[in-house]
Structure formats: structure tokens, C-alpha cells
Design a protein around this ligand. Structure first.
Ligand code: COA
Ligand code: AMP
Length: 627
């Protein structure tokens, strides 16, 4: 008998309008869409034009209206403060509609942008949903980014308001957020009208002109009803690393996104409205948007939001404690988190006195799942460990075992086969499809399914040039890999200068810009090298200016500090190597691609235009991650 996931996949490609037209019934529309897919401006596609809805109403109001207001919507658990906060759907709706009222009083209306720079507190979700309720467009910025990165996002999104907190907490260390916001506002050309500050008890922030405390913003505000928006209106912008230093504003629309969220949680992840679901990510990343906030709430289940790391506070049993305490049915995290736990507790002893029998599945994504981590997690947890591959751009999985649709057997090293909606092909450099087992550029035939990016914020041209021009008719994922004889996909790594550090996506271009700014550095290249825990970490290779004689340790300290100050601590640059020369072509271009290939362990011919092959040979051990 045919496999249900395979049947769904075939149908979604043969009849996208029929398939996604039916899936649209999972969402409550104010005006149902007239058309499922508009291809009149291909290769720019729009899903559900003519449809009208409100995403927040789908996430909250409809569950309350259906009599499920007492169901727990959110469990917030902080390993740092020891606090657990539970909010039912009815309570979350009250908090969100009141905060939407506060935003409206500050002038935020449909279409206005709001930057959210918050740690993992319930207010982060409340702020996102309040924006959605107003039809405003949120742009959440991850707390590990430094003020210049924030300023770049402010100047691109041009927000009406910024929402932040007095501090975040990182491994027991209080990180003041407000000074970072102040510095970013000084750097940015655009001036937001208002800054709302959530004062956390760990640190009180000084307020300046135009700043208002969260509680004061609520004073006198009344609840607001959901604002009806077009399916094609933007719900949020999420900036991600581009190949240049300028971040790319990934746009998510309301209609396609709501359908993709409502469809993917039950079908891909096998989670229904009676489940407790935990995505151990951060709201600053796409996983946090899709699977901490929107998908579980649109589905009507319980979402767990965790402030803490998998290790350290208190120990490598932290995740198992959360699963036991909240009877979590499925956990979604990055392989790096599992590697960090494995390093601290290789025999899984922290599991011994925990009851994690509620757990049905572990989902891992964000970076390549190495066979050792897969095997270890499978053994100690005794549940299926499901690799799933996707990107900020797509917003939901491109390839995964379909846990809610007759799952196929898992294969080590593969996120299984493409998910319905995605026509994945592996192409050579001429755009020709390659045979199984041959490495190539993983690409997706257009149109992409609902919920994926329709464009980049304010920049259709960049969307076209960055994603759609390499292979006409296809979306270029930027990942390389191959398929096997059964159509299982193997994602081997990026083909561009994006690196993946502890499941966090960074571009080496922006790190290089920061390193090159050091007065003693003549030129540099930053390459991701293998790391046992984080998968990849950046390593900077610097050539010193003639005549400069810096102390290597001091130089390393200063370069690291520069990167922290301009990109942010999340860049995790700790390793700066002074080298006599960088490999170049005879015309003087640094051979970053060849350096990357060596670092990734890929066989790639060295260009015949190389100036001096010995320079590359000398660097090879350092590129492979050797210390
Ligand atoms: N605000 C401020 N600083 C932050 C931050 C935030 N929200 N998030 C991270 N940072 C800082 C950290 O404190 C750290 O600073 P340090 O260099 O002073 O120690 C730096 O950025 C790097 O953070 P991180 O990459 O998280 O490394 P870590 O060593 O603190 O922890 C792991 C390592 C593997 C435990 C951690 O990265 C992890 O749990 N990763 C899971 C990945 C994940 O959730 N990915 C999302 C996609 S699913
Ligand atoms: P992000 O946009 O931050 O989600 O990062 C997306 C990138 O992470 C992808 O383009 C891949 O390079 C990588 N990635 C995500 N999930 C996987 C996976 N399951 N296997 C291999 N690489 C992955």
C-alpha cells in the first residue's frame, strides 16, 4: 500500500492549488481566499490572495471561543530564576489584547514595524502576538547580537516602536539589554517613536526620553480586537545572515504562514492540540517564531518556553527535568545541545531518576545531525530521533520524516525525504539535475509552498538575485548535498560563506569586516572550522600589516573584542591565527572557496589560477580544525 506521506507529497506537487486549498481549512478566515496560488508575477508567487484573517485570532481567540480557554497555552520555565509561569489560552488572550492596546496608544497600527529585542520571557511571545493582533509587523532580534547589528535592522525595518527588557540572563550572568538598545539607537539613522522596557527584577534599567516601562504602557490601555489583514500582508520580518554584511529581511506573510503552521505541526511533527510541545530554541530564531510561538498556538496545544541552556544551570540533566515536570510529548532542539549534554553526561546518568515517559519524539534541526549524536540520543532516550532540514527562509521543514503521516524508516545522516510542498532537486553548476549520490546544489523548484518567504523586506531585486537567479525556475537553498537511491536527502553543508555555530547562522563576511577593522590587520579570512560541540566555530586567519609587530595574544584579545562589539557574543570567535599569507589567485583574490572546501572536508579542485599552492597546503591542518 502506498505510503501516506509519499502520496501527500506527490499530490502537493501535481496539484498545489488543490492540496493547499484543502489545507487552508485548518485556519479561520474572515474572508476565504479567492485564489489559492497567484503565479501572475512568477517567479514571485503569492498564496491565498483575497483571503483575510488575523493570525493572533487564529492562535488565541478561536480556541477560547471553542471552549478551550482553560487549556494551558504557555508554560514558561526559567532555569535561571527558578520560576515557572503557566498561562491558559484565556489568560494569554487577555494579556495579548491588553498589550496590543498599549501598542496602539503609542501609535502602532496595521503595517507599522515593531522591533522586539527581548530575552526568553513570556512577554516576548505576548509582544509578538500583540503585533499580529494589530496587523503590525514584528521583527524579533536575537539578544546575542551587538548594537551595530541591531542598528542595521532598525534602519532597514524603520520601526515605530522598540520593545526590550532591562536585561537578559545568560548562564547565570545578567546581561544589560537597555544600554545595547541605547547604543543601537544612537548608531541608527532612523529614530523609533517609543521604546517599551520590561523591567526584570534582576536589573533595573535607566529610562530616557521616549522610554516607557511595560507596566506604565499598559496603564489606561484597553483590550483590542484582532485587526483584519490580507493574507498577503506581512506578519513579520526576520533578519538572517546574507552573503554580504547587510542582513536579509525574510518576510513572512499572514495567510500562507498560518496554513503552513497549522499543517506542519500535526503532519510533520505529529503533534495535536492535546499535546505538550517544547521547542528549545530562542524566539530570536526562526525555530522560535514557528515552533515556540505560532504553530503550537495555532494548533491549540501547550507550548513550553525555556530560559536556560542544556548544560551548566544546574547541570546536564536540565532538559530531562523540564520534560518530566511538564510532561513534554516532543522536544525540538539543535544537535549542538545534545552534544553539549553528551559531553557532560556521556552515560546519561542524569536521566536515571527522571521520568521522561511522556516523550514520544526528539526532533533535531538547525545544523547537520552527525551519526554519533543521532546514535547516542536514540540510545539514551529510546524514542525516534528525527532530523529535519529547513531554513529561516522557508519557515518550516523542507525535508523530514513525516511523523503524522505514516513515517518512513529513518536513515542515519539524512533528514529523510522532502516534505509535501517542496519539489527538491540536486543541480550541478549548469542547473542540470545530478544522479543519486552525486553532490550538487540543493534547490527547490518554484513555487515554494505557503509559509515560505514571498520576498525580502523592501527588496524584490535582492530576493531575485540572491535566491532565484542561480538556477532559473528554482529557489537556491545555499546548501550542498545529494540524494540516495531511495530519494533520501543528505545535506552536507553550505556552498556559500554562511557558517553554522551552535545552530546559530552567521556570515563570515560580517565577521571579516570586524576583524579587518583592527589597525594591525592587513587582510583576513574567517572560515568555519569543525568543533566537537558547536559543529562549527569561526577561525580568523590574519595577515599583519608590514611594520606592525603586535603581541599575538593581545591581538587575539583585541580582535575577539571587536567582533563581540560589532557582531555580538553569538559570533563566538575565540581563535585568531596570524599567518604569513593567505592563498590567492594570481589576480589577488583570496581563495575562500578552496579554504572552505578543505575546512568542510570536501574534495574540490584548486583553481589553476592559484598564485602559490604551498600557501594553501600550509593552512590545510588549521582549516580542518586542528589546534
Ligand atoms: N543574549 C545575550 N548573549 C547571548 C545570548 C542572548 N540571548 N545568547 C547567547 N549569548 C552569548 C552567550 O552568553 C555566549 O557568550 P560568552 O561568549 O560570553 O560565553 C555567546 O553568546 C555564545 O553563546 P552560545 O552560542 O549559546 O554558546 P554557549 O557556549 O553559551 O552555549 C550551547 C553552547 C551548545 C549549550 C548553546 O549554544 C545551545 O544550547 N545551543 C542550542 C542551539 C539552539 O537553540 N539553536 C537554535 C536553532 S534550533
Ligand atoms: P537557519 O536559517 O538559521 O535555520 O539556518 C539554516 C541552515 O542551517 C541551512 O541552510 C543548513 O545549512 C543548516 N541546517 C538546518 N537544518 C539542518 C539539517 N537538519 N541538516 C543539515 N543542515 C541543516
Amino acid at each position: 500500500m502506498a505510503n501516506a506521506g509519499e502520496v501527500a507529497h506527490a499530490r502537493s506537487l501535481a496539484d498545489p492549488a488543490g492540496f493547499w486549498g484543502e489545507a487552508a481549512a485548518l485556519v479561520d478566515w474572515v474572508t476565504p481566499p479567492e485564489t489559492v496560488l497567484d503565479d501572475s508575477a512568477a517567479p514571485l508567487y503569492r498564496w491565498y490572495p483575497g483571503g483575510q484573517l488575523n493570525t493572533c485570532a487564529n492562535a488565541l481567540d478561536r480556541h477560547v471561543a471553542a471552549g478551550r480557554g482553560d487549556r494551558t497555552a504557555l508554560i514558561h520555565d526559567s532555569a535561571y530564576t527558578g520560576e515557572v509561569t503557566r498561562l491558559t489560552y484565556a489568560e494569554l488572550l487577555d494579556r495579548v489584547s491588553l498589550f496590543a492596546g498599549a501598542l496602539r496608544r503609542l501609535g502602532v497600527e496595521r503595517g507599522d514595524r515593531v522591533i522586539i529585542y527581548l530575552p526568553m520571557v513570556p512577554e516576548a511571545l505576548i509582544a509578538m502576538l500583540a503585533c499580529a493582533r494589530l496587523g503590525a509587523v514584528h521583527s524579533v532580534v536575537f539578544g546575542g547580537f551587538a548594537p551595530p547589528e541591531l542598528a542595521a535592522r532598525i534602519d532597514d525595518a524603520l520601526p515605530k516602536a522598540i520593545i526590550t527588557a532591562s536585561c537578559g540572563i545568560e548562564a547565570g550572568r545578567v546581561v544589560p539589554y537597555k544600554p545595547l538598545i541605547d547604543e543601537a539607537r544612537d548608531l541608527a539613522a532612523h529614530k523609533a517613536d517609543a521604546v517599551i522596557v520590561l523591567q526584570r527584577p534582576q536589573l533595573t534599567a535607566d529610562l530616557g526620553e521616549g522610554d516607557v516601562e511595560w507596566g506604565d504602557a499598559l496603564e489606561g490601555a484597553g483590550p483590542v480586537d484582532p485587526v483584519v489583514v490580507d493574507a498577503t500582508d506581512p506578519l513579520y520580518i526576520l533578519y538572517t545572515s546574507g552573503t554580504t554584511g547587510k542582513p536579509k529581511g525574510i518576510v513572512r506573510d499572514n495567510g500562507g504562514h498560518a496554513v503552513a503552521m497549522a499543517w506542519s505541526l500535526p503532519h510533520v511533527y505529529g503533534i495535536g492540540r492535546d499535546d505538550v510541545w517544547w521547542a528549545a530554541s530562542d524566539v530570536g530564531w526562526v525555530v522560535g517564531h514557528s515552533y515556540i510561538a505560532y504553530a503550537p498556538l495555532i494548533t491549540g496545544c501547550t507550548t513550553v518556553m525555556y530560559e536556560g541552556k542544556p548544560v551548566g544551570t544546574p547541570d546536564a540533566g536540565a532538559f530531562w527535568r523540564v520534560i518530566e515536570d511538564h510532561r513534554v510529548n516532543a522536544l525540538f532542539t539543535a544537535p549542538t545541545a545534545i552534544r553539549a549534554i553528551k559531553k557532560e553526561d556521556p552515560r546519561g546518568e542524569r536521566l536515571a531518576d527522571r521520568d521522561i515517559s511522556s516523550l514520544r519524539t526528539l526532533f533535531l534541526a538547525g545544523e547537520r545531525l552527525d551519526p554519533d549524536t543521532f546514535a547516542w540520543a536514540t540510545e539514551i532516550l529510546g524514542v525516534p530521533v528525527v532530523d529535519n532540514w529547513w531554513q529561516t527562509e522557508t519557515g518550516w521543514p523542507i525535508a523530514s520524516s513525516m511523523r503524522g503521516l505514516d513515517p518512513l524508516p529513518l536513515k542515519v545522516g539524512s533528514p529523510s525525504r522532502p516534505v509535501p510542498g517542496y519539489d527538491v532537486r540536486v543541480l550541478d553548476e549548469h542547473g542540470e539535475e545530478v544522479a543519486p549520490h552525486i553532490e550538487g546544489n540543493i534547490s527547490i523548484r518554484l513555487p515554494l509552498p505557503p509559509g515560505t518567504l514571498p520576498t525580502l523586506w523592501g527588496d524584490d531585486d535582492r530576493y531575485l538575485s540572491a535566491y532565484l537567479s542561480a538556477f532559473p525556475g528554482y529557489y537556491a537553498t545555499g546548501d550542498g548535498g545529494h540524494v540516495d537511491d531511495d530519494g533520501y536527502l543528505y545535506v552536507m553543508g553550505r556552498t556559500d560563506d554562511v557558517i553554522n555555530v551552535a545552530g546559530h547562522r552567521l556570515t563570515t563576511g560580517s565577521l571579516e569586516a570586524a576583524v579587518a577593522g583592527h589597525p594591525a590587520v592587513a587582510e583576513c579570512a574567517v572560515i568555519g572550522v569543525h568543533d566537537e560541540i558547536k559543529g562549527q566555530v569561526p577561525r580568523a586567519f590574519v595577515v599583519i600589516k608590514a611594520g606592525a609587530e603586535p603581541d599575538p595574544e593581545e591581538l587575539q584579545r583585541e580582535v575577539i573584542e571587536r567582533v563581540r562589539d560589532t557582531v555580538g557574543p553569538v559570533a563566538a570567535l575565540r581563535d585568531v591565527r596570524i599567518v604569513p599569507a593567505l592563498p590567492k589567485t594570481r589576480s589577488g583574490k583570496i581563495l575562500r572557496r578552496s579554504m572552505r572546501a578543505i575546512a568542510d572536508g570536501r574534495e574540490e579542485p584548486v583553481p589553476s589560477t592559484i598564485e602559490d599552492p604551498r600557501v594553501l597546503e600550509a593552512l590545510a591542518p588549521l582549516l580542518r580544525g586542528d589546534t
